[in-house]
Design a protein around this ligand. Structure first.
Ligand SMILES: NC(=O)c1ccc[n+]([C@@H]2O[C@H](COP(=O)([O-])OP(=O)(O)OC[C@H]3O[C@@H](n4cnc5c(N)ncnc54)[C@H](O)[C@@H]3O)[C@@H](O)[C@H]2O)c1
Length: 164
């Protein structure tokens, strides 16, 4: 299968890329290398995936998911079988200081990805990483997916709940 993987330079994304490539899939990984934490760490993640010995099956592009033309350009190429959407501004505390940025990336960026996917009429197999913080101050431990998640306590949680 051919995957579009957003957040490919991140902690989870780079491991997902490794796993998909090890299973024989093709991966186009995108990430804007946001400086929320050390960009060198993200570059090293990409270099590790590139160096893992899957020639021709991994391509990395430094792209922002909010870039309408950039995302349309990706979907205009060879079609994807599946989109794994991990790109996000993550972090509960940081979102309190930067709520607009979290809304812009996690809501508007996700909407941009989804809109372009629908317009390009590609398979609608879309995996989206949410966060356990959507359950707010629940007393139900461990969390269950059927729990209400309409009382987010921080902008990060709200920005993940909104597109879900
Ligand atoms: N790590 C966890 O414990 C955890 C728990 C729950 C949910 N998640 C979710 O899983 C996903 C991956 O988390 P992670 O821990 O790997 O975080 P991460 O910060 O390491 O990875 C996210 C990646 O998204 C990229 N990114 C940010 N804004 C972007 C933009 N506008 N365009 C393109 N790329 C952008 C960042 O540069 C980063 O590399 C996120 O959606 C996160 O909310 C993570």
């Amino acid at each position: 299968m051919r995957f579009l993987l957003t957040g490919a330079a991140g902690f989870i994304g780079s491991h997902v890329a490794d796993a998909l490539l090890a299973e024989g899939h093709e991966v186009v990984g995108i990430d804007n290398l946001d400086p929320y934490y050390d960009v060198a760490r993200k570059e090293a993640n990409v270099a590790e995936v590139e160096g893992a010995g899957h020639p021709g099956r991994f391509e990395f592009r430094r792209t922002d998911i909010r870039d309408a033309d950039g995302m349309q350009g990706l979907y205009d190429g060879q079609p994807f079988d599946s989109v794994v959407h991990l790109a996000a501004m993550a972090g509960v505390r940081n979102s309190i200081d930067h709520p607009d940025l979290y809304w812009s990336v996690n809501v508007d960026g996700t909407r941009n990805l989804l809109e372009k996917l629908v317009v390009s009429d590609q398979p609608r197999n879309f995996v989206f990483a949410s966060t356990s913080s959507v359950y707010g101050a629940t007393k139900q431990i461990p969390f269950v997916e059927s729990d209400p998640c309409d009382r987010p306590m921080v902008p990060y949680s709200a920005s993940k709940r909104a597109p879900s």
